[in-house]
Write a protein that binds this ligand. Structure first.
Ligand code: 6PG
Length: 250
């Protein structure tokens, strides 16, 4: 059961009754997007988000589509990564491997991990080069992901674009190392141009703990205050998938 608030031709907000319904809807959108991309250009390039919210969605995808998605045509990237080795509990790659990648027949070469065990700046440069190679980019071109999944933090960050951080103003690099004062640590993150050149961006927001920040993000009087508000796909679709507890103040 969902209610839709069509806030503009390219931006849709779907409110699901609860987290279970949100997870199912997100799984279905992932699969729809994958099948559309594979039919259209024989591959699906998706950037996963990290944190906790998407873990259940990834598990649901693995449980329901282990054999019915052509995983050899799916390419997994990461919209951001913590500056830690891949076996670290903080690693977004580790979370995706545990919940999805270890359960589906995706070729290792289709999993494009951020080499976050390296110094953050070096990891970011290598990841930028990997995107440029995969998408056959010339100078000043941008990758067009078929789907980028994002979450929001309670202070309005998305990917690892945090308030008052340097990466917010990056307009020429694909991926950068970003110092996050809040956690006193480096992160590696896609920049806004990469997010905003995607064919589709899907935000997943769940739980009453996100109600206040979601209200603020959708408040016209607080425009351009929070990093998540900087995500406006230029020609792509922006989909906000939220559950009722997270939408309770809208
Ligand atoms: C990360 C994510 C980050 C996440 C938000 C929400 O590396 O943490 O990419 O942007 O989406 O912090 O995280 P939760 O889903 O855990 O609330």
């Amino acid at each position: 059961m969902s209610s839709s608030i069509q806030s503009s031709p390219s931006q849709v907000r779907l409110v699901m009754s609860d987290a279970a319904a949100l997870n199912r809807a997100a799984m279905e959108e992932f699969v729809r997007s994958a099948n559309h991309a594979i039919t259209d250009h024989d591959r699906f390039a998706v950037a996963l988000s990290g944190g906790n919210t998407p873990r259940s969605v990834y598990s649901l995808i693995a449980d329901n589509y282990q054999t019915s998605l052509p995983w050899n045509k799916v390419h997994i990237f990461f919209g951001d990564e913590r500056s830690v080795p891949p076996d670290n509990p903080e690693s977004n790659y580790r979370m995706a491997r545990e919940s999805l990648l270890s359960k589906v027949p995706i070729p290792d070469s289709n999993v494009h991990r951020v080499r976050a065990e390296l110094p953050a700046d070096q990891a970011a440069q290598l990841y930028s080069a990997e995107l440029a190679d995969f998408f056959h980019l010339e100078k000043q071109n941008w990758p067009r992901f078929d789907l980028i999944m994002l979450g929001i933090g309670d202070e309005g960050h998305t990917a690892s674009l945090f308030p008052d951080s340097k990466a917010l103003t990056e307009k020429s690099q694909l991926v950068v190392a970003n110092w996050v004062e809040k956690f006193h640590t480096w992160r590696i993150t896609f920049t806004y141009p990469v997010l905003n050149h995607a064919a589709e961006v899907m935000f997943l927001v769940s739980g009453a703990g996100k109600a206040a920040i979601l209200k603020a993000i959708f408040d016209p009087a607080q425009n351009n205050v929070y990093p998540a508000q900087g995500v406006h796909p230029e020609t792509g679709k922006l989909l906000w998938m939220v559950d009722a507890p997270a939408a309770s103040l809208l």
